[in-house]
Ligand binder design. Structure first.
Ligand code: B12
Ligand code: SF4
Length: 500
């Protein structure tokens, strides 16, 4: 781990220098309207790996471009990265091109640094990533990161063994991410920041557009409730009072959820979590409600639920393998589910998707549904074929944007990258923008949202700041999104003009 340097004059070994490892989370396409939201929620892969190395005595840190801005324009940051022994770049599909651009510059400016790629995109397209770096890790990095940091890993593609026991993941040191203090300062007080954590890997479902099961497996691995509790205690001792459980499906194992929630209940924190809309049903026919789980979630501080509704129509749900329970029309079931979750005291951020089979009526229908269900905030994405998914293979013949890696920038759920059979690319982009503009007409203001803010146990100034912050962000996001859409449609016309 250390390089033994000899002092030139007295022959004694000088203090060894810890090897310097820098991780980078690149931003997505410049000007992307959602970059401002992303700065709050870093990927945990780089932070986890940096924490492991830090605990083993390495000089490890993370740069997140969503938070710190473009690294090539930040001289002290870039010089620090150039002085590293290893630079680990974490790429998702929409950040891959940026990650490669950074790596290409680093190869020129820091030829001594080993460049390692990891993350979902590198896992599915390792050969592509290897053209820009020395080492590419497919899968979970824990088992190989120290060998890479030590400089002992041969160049090439490494298929890493997944971590069997998630209790081995260290308590995260979010502060290893540079500018984390600035992020906290933006939240006015650290107890208002939703500290991201993750306690499980894998998902038992297999939605056609998602790569989580290919990446982490269908068998869900979880940290033990004791480990979760120990970590939460440490985060609370650091002054955090809100958590964001990034787990893809926080409630997929009722026994585990009850055990964790029971331990969290006395701690007085609040948390956000990703759950399925129908997790509260005990049986496939939706007859028995798991009231004790709902109560345990609420008592433990469950606050905002991130729900991937994705669709409200039965045919699409079947096509995407959503696996919703019950047999009444899906829209009706989802209204009922949402009502139950609201009655249990949760806020809901609803995520929906428009696919090639949809029209502007579908988008209108989603907004109507969200209003009727009184969902607090929504986000509608365009179905995006991502490497490693069944959808990507199916969509190949229809892709308009295929100049890879540059075009990966558009694979972020806000751009239609294929010929849209029903509305055309222009039509679907317009439908998407119009739907958000309609939902967020008053900056996302709704009676329910105001009363929920008033009910929250936080001081009134914090409530106002929180609400104002969200409303302002929604407005600026929409404005930037319109500009971005205009540029994208110009790019679409240019691509079409070039193709025979
Ligand atoms: C939190 C989250 C978000 C957050 C913010 C994330 C961010 N900063 O970009 C939000 C909600 C905003 C979000 C948005 C999006 N997300 Co998201 N998100 C996640 C989620 C749920 C957790 C990420 C996480 O921290 N995981 C836990 C850590 C431990 O895993 P990890 O980061 O992958 O790291 C491990 C390995 O990858 C590897 N590794 C990672 N980096 C490195 C680096 C080196 C050097 C090495 C050796 C190893 C290594 O080792 C790590 C430890 O084992 C994942 C799903 C998941 N379970 O991971 C999806 C996921 C990453 N998101 C995904 C997608 C598609 C999106 C969106 C496009 C969705 C949309 N429609 O808007 C956007 C794009 C965001 C962007 N940056 O442009 C996909 C990515 C697939 C892909 N091919 O890129 C995932 C995998 C989910 C899926 N449906 O398939 N997301
Ligand atoms: S979309 Fe959600 S429920 Fe479906 S496979 Fe992915 S993580 Fe699991």
């Amino acid at each position: 781990m250390v390089q033994a340097l000899h002092h030139p004059s007295d022959g004694r070994a000088a203090a060894p220098r810890a090897r310097r490892i820098r991780f980078i989370e690149p931003s997505g396409r410049e000007g992307r309207p959602f970059n401002a939201w992303l700065s709050r929620w870093p990927l945990l892969g780089p932070i986890t790996l940096a924490t492991i190395l830090h605990e083993r005595g390495y000089d490890a840190a993370v740069y997140n471009e969503n938070l710190s801005g473009p690294l090539l324009e930040n001289r002290p940051a870039y010089e620090d990265i150039c002085a590293a022994d290893v630079v680990g770049i974490s790429i998702m599909t929409p950040t891959a091109a940026r990650g490669y651009a950074l790596a290409d510059r680093l190869r020129r400016d820091a030829p001594q640094a080993k460049i390692a790629f990891g993350g979902a995109h590198a896992t599915f397209l390792p050969e592509e990533a290897l053209a820009h770096g020395d080492i590419v890790v497919c899968g979970e990095g824990e088992s190989v990161i120290e060998q890479i940091a030590r400089g002992d890993m041969p160049d090439g593609i490494v298929r890493a063994v997944p971590l069997a026991d998630l209790d081995q993941v260290p308590t995260l040191r979010h502060d290893l991410m540079r500018d984390f203090d600035q992020l906290l300062a933006r939240c006015r007080r650290r107890e208002l920041y939703e500290l991201p954590v993750v306690t499980s890997r894998g998902c038992p479902h297999a939605c056609t557009y998602c790569s989580v099961t290919q990446m982490f497996g269908r068998q869900v691995r979880r940290q033990s409730p004791d480990k979760v509790l120990r970590d939460v205690e440490t985060y609370m001792a650091r002054g955090f009072r809100r958590l964001f459980f990034y787990d893809d499906n926080f409630t997929s194992d009722r026994t585990w959820s009850q055990a964790v929630l029971g331990r969290l209940a006395p701690m007085g924190l609040r948390f956000n979590a990703q759950v399925r809309a129908d997790f509260q049903w005990l049986d496939a026919r939706r007859r028995r409600l798991d009231e004790s789980l709902l109560e345990a979630m609420h008592k433990a501080g469950g606050d905002v639920l991130y729900i991937g509704y994705e669709t409200i129509d039965d045919a699409t749900a079947r096509e995407w393998h959503k696996g919703y329970r019950g047999d009444r029309p899906l829209r009706e079931r989802l209204l009922e589910d949402t009502h139950i979750l609201h009655s249990s005291g949760f806020w809901i951020h609803g995520m929906f998707v428009l696919g090639p089979q949809h029209t502007s009526d579908t988008a209108d229908g989603i907004v109507r549904f969200a209003r009727q269900a009184k969902i607090e905030s929504i986000q509608i994405s365009i179905l995006t074929p991502l490497p490693g998914t069944a959808l990507f293979r199916e969509m190949q013949p229809h892709l308009v944007f295929r100049n890879f890696p540059a075009d990966w920038d558009y694979y972020d759920g806000t751009h239609c990258v294929y010929n849209h059979s029903r509305l055309g690319i222009e039509g679907i982009q317009k439908a998407l923008l119009d739907a958000h503009a309609r939902f967020y007409r008053w900056g996302g203001l709704s009676l329910r949202r105001i009363s929920a803010l008033v009910e929250q146990k936080i001081p009134i100034m914090d409530k106002l700041a929180l609400f104002w912050g969200h409303a302002r962000l929604a407005r600026t996001t929409l404005r930037k999104w319109r500009d971005e859409t205009r540029l994208f449609l110009e790019a679409t016309r240019a691509v079409r003009a070039q193709s025979p």
